[in-house]
Write a protein that binds this ligand. Sequence first.
Ligand SMILES: [Zn+2]
Length: 520
Amino acid sequence: MSYEVLARKYRPKSFKEVIGQKHVVQALINSIEQEKVHQAYIFSGTRGVGKTTIARILAKCLNCESSDKPTPNPCNKCSNTMEISLGRSVDFLEIDAASNTQVEKVRELIETVEYKPAKGRYKIYLIDEVHMLSKASFNALLKTLEEPPPHVIFLFATTNPENIPKTVQSRCLQLNLKTVSDELLIDHFKKILKNEKIKHDEESLIMIANSANGSVRDGLTLLDQAIAYGNGMLSKDDVGNLLGTIDNSLVLELIESVIEGDAKKAFNILAKIEELSPEYDVILQNLISILHKISLEQALNNSSDEDIKNLAVKIDQEFCQLLYEICLNAFSKFDVHPSPKESLEICLLRMLTFNPLQKLSESSVKNGSDIAQKKNLNTEKKEETVIKKENSFHLKDNNDWVRFFHSIELSPFARNYFGNMSFIDFNDNKLTLMSDSSAGEVPENIESEFKSAISSVFNKDIEINYENGNVNESPIILENKKMEDNINNAQSNINNDESIKSFVKKFKGSIKKDSIKPLK
Ligand SMILES: [Zn+2]
């Protein structure tokens, strides 16, 4: 029997098998149960987080024959769902826009929209990397989106939602998938390895999860490689070799010695690391990632990792930020440094040089109590400001409304409805919003979700009125505009950069416009 890659073998067939993405999955399940399925969805998120996987499951939910209406639990046994799994369903068309950018292809596709589904309830179109479509293709698509036949559902997947025209975006429900946490990835790996009967140690899995950067698919590809490399077994040394990294315990010790201001110990550990002949940029990445986790733990107190918790108490918050900057700086200049090894050494020297303990009194070095106290003070201050902010919330104009909207937690559905409205008036417990006439009425359950969110902020019941009009400054429109401005700025910065200009000229090259992205 041929070997089936893990990413395919363990591709989720139902919503409950999806790793992470709870918010998106729950929103979809609710809409199916309440029989309020949208006709066009945008699934956005970075590579390998499950966009097309979730879209395929949704397609199965809609056309499964096990029930007389769409079901959140597709059976994966009826011919409709099996054909979707095998890519053979005539009612489920999957197109990769990265290879079908010509307007002809989209036109052909749209011509089939009018035909009723052959076997299923719906005719479902999944367009992957939809932002790659040409302007003409989007225009052709837009006409159909304006008045889609009731049997048609569009599922768009994209890594760059900001490149989809606003006219198209506004007719879709956008669901944003998050990167998957290391903890969830490690749990997933463990289940798979148990099922595959493959021995492993914990450190290997941590290293692989770290390198996967929140992508399930990348994680499983690395796991495949590690299994092949280790001859059917995973050990931290093999996996470290494969990934050019080392198990984190040495990096953690290194950070600890920096915090203690112990240069001798730090360079002893560095010597041990160098014996393992790692990729030095990967070590820098590990340092950055650990410092990031420590900062998060200091702010949120939510790490499940004992080592991170311990370091978070030991290190001063500002010093932690400084170390992060030093490592990031070293990493960003890594490629121009003549010696990878020296690049890490100089980074370590800088970290030791800026240690504030050298300026503290002898006693606080011994017990570190000043630092702990300072940390507590910081958190208390933070809590105070949060409470103050909520009690004094003004909602007087559209700017207030945009700020307010972004400060409350809403489901993707409610976000989509209310995020596309602008502010008219708020007084006497009555909030009046302007809504686009094409947006349609807000469903009752979504309105009540929004009402309870807003009422809890103001500590009283708030009534909501709608007026139809031309909305041009809603929170979502402004957010998209900001994103676009950021991209334009980034592009003009790059295009006007003298060294890049001379570089482009020297090599007679050009800059791919889509390759420029603003830093988030
Ligand atoms: Zn079925």
